[in-house]
Design a protein around this ligand. Structure first.
Ligand SMILES: Nc1ncnc2c1ncn2[C@@H]1O[C@H](COP(=O)(O)OP(=O)(O)O)[C@@H](O)[C@H]1O
Ligand SMILES: [Mg+2]
Length: 283
C-alpha cells in the first residue's frame, strides 16, 4: 500500500518544552486516520508540521514522499486543510470566500454553487462569514478544504462544539471524500467519532503515541475481564465468566426465552486511555 504520510522519529519543542516526542507513524493512501487525544496533547502542532506550516525540531515528516517543510505550490494543490479560523474572510460572503480561494489556486472550475449545496450553505451564499453560526462556519471551512479536490485532507477537530445534526452532516461528507479515494487525517477528542470514521487511530498523550491500531482491535487488546454481561427479561443484570458452566447457563436462558441482551466486556477507548495514562479524556 502506498503511504500518504510517513513520520520518522519526529520531535518538536516550544521554548525547550517537548510537545511531540519521537513520533513514528504512517498513513496509507485512501485511509481515514484519526489522531485522538485530550486538548494540549499536540494534535494541532502535528498537523502544522505535516502540512509544512511549522518545521519540526528533529526527525522527518513526509507527505506523498515529499518533505513537509519543502512542499511546493504544486504539492499544496493536492492538500486540503480545515483548521480553526483558517483562511475564512469574515467580511466576504460564503460564495466570495470560495471564489477567492479558487482564484488563488488558479482554478476556474466554477463548481462553487455545487459545493455550497453539498455543504448545505446554498441559502447562505450571500451571507458574510461574520454572520454565520459556528456550524455554518465549519461547513464553509470544510467546503474550502475540499474545493480543490485534494488527494489528502487534514481536518483539525472538524466537529468540535457542534450540534448533533451538523456533526452528522460533516461525518457524511468525510465519508464521501473517503469514497473518492482521498486520504484523510483528522484529529478529535471524541472517541465515538474516531470509532465511527477511522480505519486506524493513534492515541496521543502529552506528545507521545501511547496506542495505535484499529479501534476494535485496540479495545480487544485491553479486554482483561473477558466476561459476558447479560440482561434477563425479568430485569436482572448478571456478569458471567467465559467458561463451560456459563455456556450451559446461557443456553438455558435462551431456551427458556429469558435472555434479553448479551454483550462482551471489552472497554471503550476512554477507559483504555485512562488505563494507559492514569487520567481522563477531557470532553
Ligand atoms: N506556538 C506555540 N508556542 C508555544 N507553545 C505552544 C505553541 N503552540 C502550542 N503550544 C503548546 O504545545 C502543546 C500542544 O498544543 P496543541 O498542539 O495545540 O495541542 P492540541 O491540538 O492537542 O490541543 C500545548 O502545551 C501548547 O500549549
Ligand atoms: Mg488543537
Amino acid at each position: 500500500m502506498k503511504k500518504a504520510i510517513v513520520l520518522n522519529n519526529l520531535k518538536h519543542s516550544f521554548n525547550n518544552k517537548i510537545v511531540l516526542n519521537n513520533i513514528n507513524l504512517s498513513v496509507d493512501e485512501g485511509e481515514i486516520f484519526g489522531l485522538l487525544g485530550p486538548s494540549g496533547a499536540g494534535k494541532t502542532t502535528l498537523i502544522n508540521i505535516i502540512t509544512g506550516q511549522l518545521r519540526c525540531s528533529d526527525g522527518s515528516s513526509k507527505v506523498f514522499e515529499h518533505d513537509s517543510y519543502n512542499l511546493s505550490a504544486d504539492d499544496y494543490k493536492e492538500i486540503g486543510v480545515m483548521m480553526d479560523n483558517f483562511g475564512l474572510y469574515e467580511r466576504l460572503n460564503c460564495y466570495d470566500n470560495l471564489k477567492f480561494y479558487q482564484m488563488v489556486d488558479g482554478n476556474d472550475s466554477k463548481n462553487i454553487d455545487e459545493i455550497l449545496i453539498k455543504v448545505g450553505l446554498y441559502g447562505a451564499k450571500k451571507t458574510n462569514v461574520s454572520n454565520l453560526s459556528k456550524g455554518m462556519k465549519n461547513r464553509l471551512a470544510f467546503a474550502r478544504a475540499i474545493i480543490r479536490k485534494p488527494k489528502i485532507l487534514f481536518l483539525d477537530e472538524p466537529t468540535s462544539g457542534l450540534d448533533p445534526t451538523t456533526i452528522e452532516a460533516i461525518h457524511k461528507m468525510i465519508l464521501e471524500e473517503k469514497k473518492k479515494g482521498t486520504t484523510i487525517f483528522l484529529t478529535t477528542h471524541n472517541m465515538y467519532e474516531a470509532e465511527k470514521l477511522c480505519d486506524n487511530i493513534a492515541l496521543l498523550n502529552e506528545g507521545n503515541i501511547v496506542e495505535y491500531g484499529k479501534t476494535k482491535e485496540i479495545c480487544r487488546r485491553y479486554n482483561h475481564q473477558k466476561k459476558f454481561k447479560i440482561h434477563l427479561n425479568n430485569g436482572e443484570d448478571i456478569e458471567l465468566n467465559i467458561n463451560e458452566e456459563s455456556a450451559e447457563l446461557i443456553k438455558e436462558y435462551i431456551i427458556n426465552n429469558k435472555l434479553e441482551t448479551i454483550h462482551s466486556t471489552e472497554p471503550n477507548l476512554e477507559t483504555i486511555f485512562m488505563e494507559l495514562t492514569g487520567k481522563e479524556f477531557d470532553k
